[in-house]
Design a protein around this ligand. Structure first.
Ligand code: SF4
Length: 365
């Protein structure tokens, strides 16, 4: 799985790009990816990136049951596994009274996660000098595949349909950062409140550490609104790499993240606060593992994923990390999580629980 996520997947059959759930292009979170089920695990695999075009892994035309043979080229073509593309969810066929397709409000991630970007605009994205170089949050908006602000009512309507029609198990709400001190916490609180009033689904909220004098006071408000877990994403961890890769977001120092993590764990509990770290953007193995040790000691789950270059971003030609580099990070990190009894299976909602963007959970046992 680690190799497949590093190299990406070539689709041999012209119909395959449309097989199963439509692949995601642009937006926040995993992009230029497609959900693929292997051995009962659904993972997100790059398919639209330049490295995917050169990948040794090839998915062949699906059979009548929708299963495709996965082969690895090299010295000949070796069959590796039989894979499937999860089917498009039923809620994608629906739309709101005012004609907005449900798929423009939230999408299916992995096998059973409903994901949305509540605010599709971000103060960091408004200027090339400040934007995070890996991010494509504006692309799906510009392409008309989503709307700028999903209202609490729209999110509640879609979440209810996704649970009832497609058996979705948990929800991830991320947001672009608005120009207010709460950094998106308020809109997440309002959204969660409406969703939980409509349907019983565990929710992860994701935002930058809320700022202002009462920044940490947002955590109990989030919890009271029905948010079960919180993600505050470091993305990269070394000061020079932060400045280079995300010059705007680097204005919030790591020390502020650490204070916020500690306060958030006090509210949400050990293992219910997480961060997302993109390996392969310049942080060394040692730098990633060293901060992971501090995070784990605080009770924060560090979800380390391989960086995927997204077309149209300043990093579209940046290489993905090698499988060897990923294994050298994920193997000791998995052991560290095991020793601390912080396991993905115990997370109530969110990326760590879904696990489709990284093979980290495989190394936990
Ligand atoms: S790990 Fe997170 S970003 Fe990746 S598919 Fe799952 S919910 Fe989406």
């Amino acid at each position: 799985m680690t190799e497949l996520q590093s190299f990406g997947l070539r689709l041999d059959d012209p119909a395959s790009p449309h097989a199963g759930v439509a692949s995601r292009r642009g937006g926040a979170g995993p992009s230029d990816h497609k959900a693929v089920t292997i051995d009962g695990h659904t993972i997100m695999v790059p398919v639209h990136t330049s490295s995917a075009w050169r990948s040794p892994f090839v998915a062949h035309a699906p059979d009548a049951q929708g299963r495709s043979a996965l082969t690895k080229t090299g010295h000949g073509s070796i069959p590796i596994a039989s894979i499937a593309f999860p089917r498009a969810p039923r809620f994608y066929a629906m739309q709101t009274f005012d004609g907005i397709p449900y798929s423009h409000i939230a999408t299916l991630h992995g096998a059973d996660v409903l994901a949305t970007t509540v605010l599709q605009n971000c103060i960091r994205y408004e200027s090339r000098k400040k934007s995070c170089k890996f991010c494509a949050i504006g692309q799906s908006l510009a392409a008309g595949r989503t709307i700028a602000h999903k209202t609490p009512q729209q999110l509640a309507e879609v979440a209810r349909a996704a649970v009832l029609l497609d058996g979705v198990k948990h929800m991830v709400m991320t947001t672009g950062t608005p120009p207010t001190p709460d950094r998106g916490a308020q809109v997440l609180v309002e959204s969660a409140f409406a969703i939980r009033a409509a349907v019983d689904i565990p929710i992860q909220a994701q935002c930058e550490p809320p700022g202002g004098d009462d920044g940490d006071q947002w955590f109990p408000r989030m919890k009271a609104a029905g948010i079960d877990t919180l993600g505050m994403h470091l993305e990269v961890v070394t000061p020079e790499v932060r400045e280079r890769i995300m010059p705007g977001k680097a204005g919030v120092p790591i020390s502020r993240y650490m204070e916020s993590f500690e306060a958030a764990v006090g509210v949400f509990g050990r293992g219910q606060v997480s961060t997302y770290i993109l390996a392969g953007l310049g942080d060394t193995r040692e730098a990633i593992l060293s901060i992971c040790e501090k995070l784990v000691a605080l009770g924060v789950y560090p979800f380390v994923v391989p960086f995927v270059p997204i077309s149209g971003t300043p990093l579209e030609d940046h290489p993905a990390p090698s499988p060897e580099f990923m294994t050298s990070v994920l193997e000791p990190l998995g052991a560290m999580l095991n020793r601390a009894h912080l396991r993905s299976a115990d997370i109530k909602a969110g990326c760590g629980k879904c696990g489709a963007c990284s093979s980290l959970s495989v190394y936990e046992s």
